[in-house]
Design a protein around this ligand. Structure first.
Ligand code: NAD
Length: 436
């Protein structure tokens, strides 16, 4: 039983990033996520063996995905399913189809899911999947073949009580329908194997809007803390996909003025507020919001620096860095995307007293309603939309007030408070289960 290693274990010896890394913009997503974890582990004085276990993934599956293209050629894609920690329940986390979805990025996202699920207090561990591809360059039929093959290859480690995928960047309800069907062909009809499905296949009412709705719920709570009146507040949002678009629409419905939105093709800004329906129609006709005629075209970088009260990055990681953190004009940054702020930018924003609502809290609405969907599938019963939204609001508000209380208690930034709560819960579950 005696510990015979010469150096204290931190996870490095099993492939986790060093606990001694200093914050920099060059950190990989996994290094950045682990940097925030080590901060919590230090504050909580976690024992070395617990730190080592939580700094690295439990299981990592990398698969080859051969796909027949429409022109008859064959392409081989790389896919991953990473299970970070299952102390609190079955692994849970989305599937990303994006060119950046490599092993490092998926590892980072899997770890963030562990902390997010613990913080929002759903009975899940954390996982993430990804396929390194450019989904917008694939036809519907190619995407379907890719998705089915990927599901078939990861089917050995997923399961209703083992690991339940969901949508993320580049995937949607249709992707989940194909995944459910591919799994069902092997194991029989199993709606609870994925969440974020179409409602007619056992999906939950409100799941499509849930992440964006959750973003707005906690943004409103944080706005009070920053003395921002949400009604009339100017909001800029990077990313106009599932999360960004719903967040924009719900924020506008609740009285905020959405002054800027963007997609991969660039952004549009109007200081008087955008007509979101017209922007969406324009984007569907011309492929991007960038050249919307009633707005000024801005780049994705410029969008982050526009005059606004609340900035919501809702696209990709690492967009707020040391080069722009001191140019951000918003008083409140809400991380709807996963990992949008590098550790060094996080420090700059903290020093400038810009409040950052961290990703593991801000975008937890999606997994919360995924949890409700999983519960409904197990019960074979469908809830009403009002019930879903009521329960979502209750959980988001509770987690937000717990984070605020912890931050006040320890005089900590919100991210540190959120990580402390989450890591403490997971470490406690791991300990009483006898994991380590
Ligand atoms: P999506 O694919 O529906 O939309 C992504 C948006 O980002 C699109 O508007 C796209 O054009 C834009 N985008 C892509 N690459 C970009 C780039 N390089 N620069 C600027 N914009 C770019 O994805 P989504 O589901 O809305 O996810 C967005 C973010 O939210 C991701 O970080 C994801 O991990 C996170 N998230 C999503 C969910 C969910 O339920 N979908 C839940 C939690 C967190």
């Amino acid at each position: 039983m005696a510990e015979t290693l010469e150096k204290p274990r931190s996870g490095e010896d099993i492939g986790a990033p060093s606990r001694d890394l200093s914050p920099s913009d060059d950190m990989t997503p996994y290094e950045a996520a682990t940097y925030f974890f080590h901060g919590a582990a230090d504050r909580l004085k976690l024992e070395d063996h617990m730190r080592a276990m939580l700094a690295s993934s439990y299981r990592e599956l990398a698969v080859q995905i051969p796909v027949r293209m429409d022109d008859g050629s064959m392409r081989i894609y790389r896919g991953y399913r990473i299970q970070h920690n299952g102390a609190r329940g079955p692994y849970k986390g989305g599937i990303r189809f994006h060119e950046s979805a490599d092993l490092d990025e998926v590892r980072a996202l899997a770890a963030l899911m562990t902390w997010k699920n613990a913080l929002i207090d759903v009975p899940f561990g954390g996982a993430k999947g990804g396929v390194q591809c450019e989904p917008h360059l694939l036809s519907g039929a190619e995407l379907e073949r890719l998705t089915r093959r990927f599901m078939s290859m990861i089917s050995y480690i997923v399961g209703v009580n083992r690991d339940i995928p969901a949508p993320d960047m580049g995937t949607n309800a249709q992707t989940m329908a194909w995944m459910m069907d591919a799994y069902g062909q092997k194991y029989g009809y199993t709606p609870g194997i994925v969440t974020g499905k179409p409602v007619e296949l056992g999906g939950s009412p409100g799941r499509d809007a849930a992440t964006g709705r959750g973003v707005v719920i906690c943004t409103r709570e944080a706005a009070k803390r920053c003395s921002i009146n949400f009604r009339g507040a100017r909001v800029a949002i990077q990313g106009f996909g599932n999360v960004g678009r719903w967040a924009a629409e719900i924020a506008a419905e609740e009285g905020a003025s959405v002054v800027a939105v963007s997609d991969v093709g660039g952004g549009t800004y109007n200081e008087k507020g955008l007509d979101l329906e017209a922007v969406a129609k324009h984007a569907s006709d011309s492929l991007s919001v960038n050249d919307y005629p009633e707005g000024e075209a801005v780049t994705n970088e410029e969008l982050l620096e526009v005059e606004c009260d609340i900035l919501i990055p809702a696209a990709i990681h690492g967009v707020i860095h040391s080069g722009n953190a001191d140019k951000i004009k918003a008083k409140l940054v809400v991380e709807a995307a996963n990992g949008p702020t590098t550790p060094v930018a996080d420090q700059i924003l903290n020093d400038r007293k810009v409040v950052v609502l961290p990703d593991i809290l801000a975008n937890a609405g999606g997994v919360t309603v995924s949890y409700f969907e999983w519960v409904q599938n197990i019960q074979q019963f469908q809830w009403e939309l009002d019930q879903v939204n009521f329960e979502l609001k209750k959980r988001m508000r509770k987690a937000t007030s717990q984070v605020f209380a912890r931050a006040d208690e320890g005089d900590l930034p919100l991210r540190a408070a959120a990580f402390d709560i989450a890591v403490e819960r997971v470490a406690h579950a791991a300990h009483i289960r006898g994991y380590v």
